[in-house]
Design a protein around this ligand. Structure first.
Ligand code: ATP
Ligand code: MG
Length: 481
């Protein structure tokens, strides 16, 4: 018991891990997707901002450069005048330098660069003849810098440098990024929540199947697992219920068989006990004692026959098949009839054989012998003195038919459906008197079916019974084709 509960615990733990693992994989995948979307959207929005800013800043620089290029001389006064004519450019700082990089104009009044070399990288590049733009995001503001060369008749005479310090756009980008991040976090939270809910619901259904399995393992075959829905798990539940139903049926059959068998074995044993008690207690003469001992022998024979038949039944049911062979039925039937001729003679039964229409079938020779033996024996045993028994072989389409017809007592219609059950006898007293255990036809049915055959019975009380056994024929020529 301790081992079982330990196993259960282990299974539970493994199951929990699986659920956790799948949940984690799901969360990681969605997290990766969301992160990608996050980086992609904020990157794209920054790029868009960059491109529009670059275009507008360079345009402003170029406008200013064009104005400066028209000046006759580039000195602080002329530059300041030119800038004044440009109107408001809405930028934070503008520097104009000559071709050596010395500032001739600086819009910044305090800490002005006027008259000094401007060593900004944008200025250096612009003096090399390039349009330059750069930006950086710093302290919630965006700093954009642009510089373009000033060319007068193709000759570089200076450069214009502009810097814009934009808090509005900076905060726009910042809020955009923080919004995307918040949405990402909320989405991930929702994903985590849903993955927990769904994986729990999913694993709850699995656990239900598992706990049903455990209940059935403990022997409660009547238990059913309830799975709603139309998905694979519901299908699994249905299959599982079918399986347990079959288990229950076979368990019931097994219990019935054990109780029937012990009941049947008890009767001859009780007779033996009674007879031995009588011999021991009574002061009987030698002849009576001999008669009693004879009866004990008969009961022992019956026990022996019964146990042999039980063994043969369980052997068939455990599918211990031998090697099938292709045989004609007539020789086996003749052997059986020879074997039972003594019994037929004793009971005054005339046996007829009509075996001309024989066909080969694939069967265990031993099974065919047993089938024929039981049917012929019944036809003799349940016959009336002076009656007849006819064994015929027929053929219809692809079937070989064995028919055993007697003119005996017959079987009442209500018993016909039961005669193939184990231990079933129509007339217990008559059957027991003739040594019957009610197992013969159960064995016959099992053997016929395991050789792909079918058996049927027709009977009229007082007129007789016909057993018809059908096997598929096995024509060697056809099979080879
Ligand atoms: P066993 O064959 O095990 O020695 P049995 O003959 O009683 O015992 P079955 O062969 O299984 O058992 O037959 C079951 C019952 O069916 C018989 O007891 C008998 O009542 C009835 N029965 C079988 N064959 C015939 C028949 N040809 N005519 C009339 N009744 C029959
Ligand atoms: Mg029988």
């Amino acid at each position: 018991m301790a081992i079982i509960s330990e196993n259960n615990r282990k299974k539970h733990r493994q199951y929990g891990n699986t659920q956790f693992r799948y949940g984690l994989i799901y969360i990681c995948i969605t997290l990766a997707v969301l992160l990608f979307l996050n980086v992609y959207t904020s990157g794209t929005s920054q790029k868009l901002f960059y491109q529009s800013k670059q275009a507008s800043m360079i345009e402003k620089c170029q406008l200013a450069s064009a104005e400066i290029a028209n000046l006759e001389v580039l000195n602080p006064t002329a530059a300041a005048n030119a800038v004044a004519q440009m109107g408001s450019l809405r930028i934070s700082r503008m520097i104009i330098t000559d071709q050596f990089g010395t500032a001739v104009y600086d819009s910044l009044e305090s800490d002005s660069a006027l008259g000094r070399y401007v060593l900004l990288p944008e200025v250096v590049q612009a003096l090399e003849g390039n349009d330059v733009f750069s930006w950086k995001y710093h302290d919630g503001a965006m700093q954009s810098r642009a510089a373009t060369p000033v060319l007068s008749y193709g000759t570089l005479i200076g450069c214009v440098y502009m810097m814009e310090y934009d808090i509005q756009q900076g905060s726009l980008i910042q809020s955009l990024q923080s919004n995307i991040l918040t949405i990402t976090l909320i989405l991930e939270l929702v994903v985590v929540l849903f993955s927990i809910i769904f994986s729990n619901a999913f694993s709850r259904r699995f656990r239900r199947i598992l706990s049903s399995m455990r209940i059935i393992r403990e022997g409660d075959y009547s238990h059913k697992v309830v799975m709603r829905g139309k998905d694979e798990l519901a299908f699994l539940g249905d299959e599982f219920n079918d399986l347990t139903e079959k288990l229950q049926t076979s368990e019931n059959k097994r219990r019935q068989f054990v109780s029937d068998a012990s009941h049947e074995l008890k009767t001859p044993l009780a007779s033996i006990k009674l007879l031995t008690d009588s011999i021991l207690q009574n002061d009987m003469d030698m002849d009576t004692a001999r008669e009693f001992v004879g009866d004990i022998g008969n009961e022992a024979d019956r026990l022996n026959r019964m146990t042999q038949k039980l063994l043969s039944l369980s052997k068939i049911e455990s599918q211990q098949d031998g090697d099938c062979e292709i045989i004609y039925m007539a020789p086996t039937i003749e052997r059986v009839v020879r074997m039972l001729s003594g019994l037929a003679e004793k009971n005054g039964i005339h046996v007829n054989l009509s075996l001309a229409d024989d066909s080969p079938i694939l069967i265990l020779e031993d099974d065919l012998y047993q089938i024929t033996f039981n049917l012929v024996e019944n036809g003799i045993k349940y016959n009336t003195p002076g009656g007849a028994l006819t064994v015929s072989l027929l053929r219809s389409e692809d079937n070989a038919i064995l028919q055993v017809r007697d003119t005996g007592v017959g079987i009442p219609p209500e018993s016909l459906s039961h005669i193939f059950e184990r231990f079933y006898r129509v007339d217990k007293a008559r059957s027991r008197k003739s040594g019957g255990s009610g197992l013969g036809l159960a064995i016959v049915k099992n053997m016929v079916e395991r050789n792909q055959g079918q058996i049927s019975v027709e009977s009229t009380v007082g007129q007789g019974t016909v057993f018809t056994v059908t096997f598929p024929t096995f024509d060697t020529e056809e099979e080879e084709l």
